[in-house]
Ligand binder design. Sequence first.
Ligand code: SF4
Ligand code: SF4
Length: 163
Amino acid sequence: MSLIDRFRGFYVTLGEGFKSPTTVQYPKEHRDMGHRFRGLPVLVTDVTTGEEKCTACGLCATACPNNVISMTSEPHATKGRHPVTYTIQAPRCLFCGLCVESCPVKAIQMSHVFELATTDRNNLLYDKEKLLELGRGIYDEIEQTESGAWLEVTRFPEEAVTR
Ligand code: SF4
Ligand code: SF4
């Protein structure tokens, strides 16, 4: 290696040393999640009624490749049916999003929740109440793109706060 090559290497090292760090002090600091990040699937509330959007059709449970979702249901006055219990076994979830794609009423969404570590396995069973709590603040709105097309966009709580 010539002396010039050594100086080139030193120059690159020096240049990198003055750049701001690309890492963050996790868990004290958190990065902004990418909009399409797939965290734990959660249940979404209908803002007009305050109830879960879910109609307990079972399509998400059928679409799930790993039997993560289970539910029981009963008749409902306006929706036909609604879930009495709805459980997601987080350790089995592949975060594939097939449940979200299969839902006809957008009642389940991939959230930005990813910090699931716990010392008690029972905490990894997410019941309807926990899933609705985690899904609070997620909503859809219609947005016009630069090309003029109208798109339905899912908003997450952190985006709603900063908008
Ligand atoms: S994300 Fe995939 S694995 Fe997880 S509950 Fe939905 S369909 Fe099942
Ligand atoms: S979350 Fe959607 S697909 Fe799953 S049972 Fe409820 S309405 Fe059906």
